[in-house]
Design a protein around this ligand. Structure first.
Ligand code: GTP
Length: 417
């Protein structure tokens, strides 16, 4: 995150401290977000207010101070750590003579850069368009919007931006319909998985924690017997056949940030459902991150807001290679419950411990049970054989199969519930 890209846009950050705010944390996060969007922070303007002011959000004296910073730093963008109304954004732009982006705009920009799947790209575009429609007003072209830059990526091209709201509304309709279709397919996929009792493990975590690195490591590692694309539609969902655990679906999800913009949570609802319906969450934490405790908390907040707080989770401390003294290991609490694992996704350290922990948490302990299958349940019988779960079998006069099977407890419960 600290690598400053070449040609970075020079920005002035604005943070206003309100009585209930956590000044330092909030400002640090804004800096991180801005840098990861490709900004070079030229200056930071800090203010204190009891309530926002309607014209510029800040008072007019502070607004002039921002304009002076823009001039002296030769900045081309101002980023507010708050949600601005379209009117405030426009008033500010007219005063400071450069683009002004609010917190939602900044986060949308980062998501636009990071969206990988077809669905993710559509979701971001939808959120961007919704954000833009409120800002498409007369006189909107008072600033030059021809070139790209922070807040201008990932969405529609400039020709579309400069046409009227009707076109944007049409585009929103098209995207919404496409997303609905994808969502249906996704639901069918999920249903099929549930039928096949394959557990789903989702990676969650603050942005940049290393989720994708871990995802790639787990899905490409030669330690595991096979690995195949589960759904072509969304490359972030893969099936892994762990040699010890059997099949597991691994899902990579969008990175979390504090106060995720509402439009975005809505847009990513379908993807986030994947998280809510998982059997286990791997909460990836950047062990090298000084703000990891705050970030951890923020991820928990998002999980609660999407009703996923009940899903069992495993804390995965990643990037231990950057922390001298940390070793790959699995840690348990006094009750013997797994607390967390320490890994390095980049170096491939601690993966054995991670897989052991996943297995244990998926309650993969094996149980033996006698079951009776009717002649109509041939598919289930075939599945049990394919899982090498059948210890013995006999058939009675009615054609019923009496099997002694050995399977992980969760799987058995799901199959014969
Ligand atoms: P988002 O897509 O923003 O949610 O990020 P992510 O959580 O998927 O993180 P990603 O896998 O993209 O990794 C972020 C950065 O951390 C990349 O530059 C990785 O190379 C780096 N990284 C990931 N794991 C490790 C690790 O174990 N050690 C080190 N040193 N770097 C790592």
């Amino acid at each position: 995150m600290n690598d400053r890209p070449k040609g970075a846009e020079r920005v002035v950050l604005v943070h206003v401290n309100f009585p209930a705010g956590k000044m330092e944390e909030d400002l640090n996060e804004l800096k991180e977000l801005a840098v990861s969007a490709g900004a070079e922070i030229a200056s930071v303007v800090i203010g204190t207010r009891r309530v926002p002011e309607s014209k510029y959000f800040v008072g007019s004296g502070k607004a002039e101070e921002i304009r002076d910073h823009v001039l002296s730093c030769k900045a081309s963008l101002v980023i507010f750590n708050h949600v601005l109304t379209p009117g405030q954004e426009r008033n500010l732009e007219q005063l400071v003579k450069c683009r002004v982006l609010d917190r939602t705009g900044l986060i949308l920009d980062i998501f636009a850069q990071r969206a990988r799947s077809f669905e993710g790209k559509l979701q971001v575009e939808l959120a961007l368009l919704k954000h833009l429609t409120t800002r498409l007003v007369k006189g909107w072209t008072h600033l030059e919007r021809q070139r790209g830059g922070i807040g201008l990526r990932g969405g529609p091209g400039e020709t579309q931006l400069e046409t009227d709201r009707r076109l944007i509304r049409d585009r929103i309709k098209v995207i919404t319909a496409r997303l609905a279709k994808i969502r249906k397919q996704r639901e069918q996929g999920r249903l099929a998985r549930r039928k096949a009792v394959v557990p789903t493990v989702s990676l969650v975590g603050y942005t940049n924690a290393g989720k994708s690195t871990l995802f790639n490591l787990l899905t490409h590692s030669s330690v595991y017997v096979a690995n195949q694309l589960f759904a072509t539609l969304d490359p972030t969902l893969r099936r892994i056949d762990f040699s010890e655990l059997g099949p597991v679906i691994l899902a990579d999800t969008v990175g979390f940030i504090r106060h995720l913009p509402h439009d975005l949570v809505e847009a990513f609802h379908a993807t986030l459902e994947e998280v809510t319906e998982s059997d286990l969450l791997l909460h990836v934490v950047d062990a090298k991150d000084d703000n990891r405790t705050a970030h951890l908390q923020q991820v928990e907040e998002v999980l609660t807001s999407i009703h996923a707080s009940e899903v069992p989770r495993l804390l995965v401390y990643n990037k231990i290679d950057l922390n001298p003294g940390m070793e790959p290991k699995m840690e348990r609490d006094e009750q013997g419950q797994i607390k967390r694992v320490f890994i390095s996704a980049e170096k491939g350290w601690g993966i054995k411990e991670l897989v052991t922990a996943i297995g244990e948490l998926l309650k993969k302990e094996m149980v033996q049970e006698s079951v009776v299958l009717s002649p109509l349940q041939a598919k289930l019988r075939a599945y049990l054989y394919s899982r090498e779960a059948v210890l013995s079998e006999s058939i009675d006069e009615q054609g019923h199969y009496h099997l002694l099977v050995r399977l992980p407890r969760v799987e058995l419960e799901k199959l014969f519930r």
